[in-house]
Design a protein around this ligand. Structure first.
Ligand code: F6P
Length: 386
């Protein structure tokens, strides 16, 4: 009897994002060309254990998915594999669960399991690898917060959605002379807020990485009023801390990460109260995770998928593919989950924002009627002369 072909498995885990289907398609097309069978596990890691659920993947059932948002395999960021509680806290997966995964791998003759996920999902992948499962990681997240890769796919699409929202808010804010607050996702990193804020012409961008005050935000609004621009666009990252240092979150059940959200309303209420102005809020939420991937994300996801199969083919397991422009490379998953990538307050994007007069909320906008603390980060910022 002929030996069964070696098989490559793939799963998508954690919060979905545009580009997941592009990775699945790339993995299948590359695997078939290298003469591997391919299966996709359903609902993330859950599909690996009882009741094991997977889909044989081939060119036919993955045709046309390049442009589709979501994931044809489904995903979950809850369940029996949770490996992250807080920002840096890890919990160990039950050995009985790991044993079940090993059985599935044996039964399906898997020579490689491609785990597509963010920080938490890759922490699970690393535990599977340490247990002897032939894992390769692919980073995805709209948050772009994985240190080992310059970009994760999903980020560009999320920024495009947030930028589109700002473009739309711009015209209505101008018509009604309103202050508009747009709350965007990103967890503890401000990448989406910063990039969308710059691309969408925001006046104020509030980030987790830069402390800010209501006085400084209000001074920007007043300064714009004084210049005859009677509307202001404020972008706030869901993970930005309030001036008193607190995060706005829904708590945690002990096995999952905190659910961030709600800071937009708080900023709007306080700015409105201080300025006696109409301030409106839009929480963009999961719109940032849905829809078609941008061209950039399609290309990145496709390269990641092809490269992941290449790593398995070369026996380079325990690695995560990453983008180190202009190349797609790989790093040990253990190294990749070690450090989150956050906005550098002295980085070039922040400097450009300041150069254009965008307020990061940490400095007064020229002469302010409010009391202003002197933040050291303000000293270097290029400032217009009053
Ligand atoms: O990590 C991606 C992300 O969309 C974050 O930006 C956000 O905080 C979180 O997931 C939301 O998760 P959920 O879909 O579980 O509410």
């Amino acid at each position: 009897m002929a030996e069964p072909k070696p098989c490559i498995g793939i799963l998508t885990s954690g919060g979905d994002c545009p580009g997941l289907n592009a990775v699945i398609r790339a993995v299948v097309k590359t695997s078939v060309r290298l003469n591997y069978d391919c299966v996709g596990f359903l609902r993330g890691y859950e599909g690996l254990i009882e009741p094991v659920s997977y889909l044989p993947l081939n060119r036919r059932n993955t045709a046309g998915i390049l442009t589709q948002g979501g994931t044809i395999l489904g995903s979950t960021n809850k369940g029996r594999f949770s490996a992250t509680v807080g920002e840096d806290q890890r919990i160990s997966i039950d050995p009985a669960i790991l044993d079940q995964v090993a059985t599935t791998v044996r039964q399906l003759n898997l020579c490689g399991l491609i785990c597509v996920g963010g920080d938490g999902s890759l922490a699970i992948a690393q535990q599977l690898f340490e247990y002897g499962i032939p894992v390769v990681g692919v980073p995805k997240t709209i948050d772009n917060d994985l240190g080992a890769t310059a970009f994760t796919f999903g980020f560009d699409s999320a920024v495009a959605t947030a930028t589109d929202a700002l473009d739309r808010l711009h015209t209505t804010a101008a018509s009604h002379e309103r202050v508009m607050v747009l709350e965007v996702m990103g967890r503890h990193a401000g990448w989406i807020a910063l990039h969308a804020g710059i691309a969408g012409g925001a006046d104020v961008i509030l980030l987790p990485e830069i402390g800010w005050t209501y006085e400084n935000v209000c001074s920007k609004v007043l300064r714009r009023d004084a210049a005859g621009k009677n509307f202001t666009l404020i972008v706030v990252a869901e993970g930005a801390s309030l001036p008193d240092g607190g995060l706005v979150a829904d708590g945690s059940n002990g096995h999952q990460q905190v659910q961030l959200g709600g800071i937009g309303e708080m900023v709007a209420a306080e700015v409105g109260r201080r300025l006696h102005r109409e301030v409106r809020t839009v929480v963009l939420g999961h719109l940032q995770r849905g829809g078609n991937p941008t061209t950039f994300d399609r290309v990145l996801a496709t390269q990641f998928g092809a490269h992941a199969v290449g790593l398995i083919h070369q026996g380079r397991l325990g690695q995560m593919v990453c983008y180190r422009p202009p190349d797609i490379e790989s790093v040990p998953i253990a190294e990749a989950i070690g450090g989150l990538s956050r906005v550098d307050p002295n980085g070039s994007a922040v400097k450009a924002a300041r150069a254009l007069g965008i307020s990061l909320g940490d400095c007064p906008d020229l002469v302010s009627p409010f009391a202003v603390p002197s933040a050291s980060t303000c000293e270097d910022a290029p400032r217009p002369t009053p």
